[in-house]
Design a protein around this ligand. Structure first.
Ligand code: MG
Length: 195
């Protein structure tokens, strides 16, 4: 049986859409380096007004794919069962967040047509999911996995290697890193099964 991989969507498959809308609304040119902490909406002066605007837009119209994600997932899908798991509730507008389900679903269908639609899971509490391998930019989302891969992002650069080691977490700086880690894992498995 193939092992399962949970792959996060925002900041792992795609990035830039949310920040684009922040800049469009504020008339600014913020970059990832300007974000303090995790939430990009903390850059905004009037959050109520921003989210009224935000909800009329589809952030994924402005997002870019993270380099190599499509090519690497297309290789890995032959060896692993891949599930795309993404939270969709925005804490400031929980009841209005349903529209994001559609935007996320449509984006994934278009960009990753080789992943079965049945393998999309839109869930906020990812600890409920048991997958052998989890890939996420948020360390708290990596619980309940045998292999925990933290995807490097603007908000997790400060987590040092010693801390990650204690948590049993491997850092990946790119999708090529992930490809190396997970194809090597297949080699380890096949050599240990021969013993
Ligand atoms: Mg994420």
């Amino acid at each position: 049986m193939k092992k399962t991989i949970m792959v996060d969507m925002d900041e792992v498959i795609t990035e830039g859409g949310f920040l684009h809308l922040v800049n469009e609304f504020e008339g600014t040119n913020y970059t990832k380096e300007d974000i303090k902490g995790y939430y990009m909406q903390d850059l905004v002066s009037d959050k109520d007004a921003f989210f009224k605007y935000f909800i009329t837009k589809n952030q994924y119209d402005y997002g870019i794919l993270i380099p190599d994600v499509v090519e690497v997932l297309n290789v890995l899908k032959d060896y692993y069962d891949i599930y795309i798991c993404s939270a969709y509730i925005i804490k400031e507008i929980p009841k209005e967040s349903g529209v994001l389900l559609l935007y996320k679903h449509n984006y994934l269908c278009e960009k990753l047509p080789f992943i079965p639609v049945e393998n999309f899971a839109f869930i906020n509490n990812k600890s409920l999911l048991n997958c052998n391998i989890k890939i996420d930019d948020k360390i708290d989302n990596l619980v309940n996995a045998d292999i925990k891969i933290l995807f490097s992002s603007y908000h997790n650069q400060d987590l040092d290697e010693e801390f990650l080691k204690q948590k049993g977490v491997i850092r990946a700086n790119s999708w090529l890193d992930i490809k190396n880690i997970l194809l090597k894992e297949l080699d380890n498995e096949s050599s240990s099964s021969k013993i």
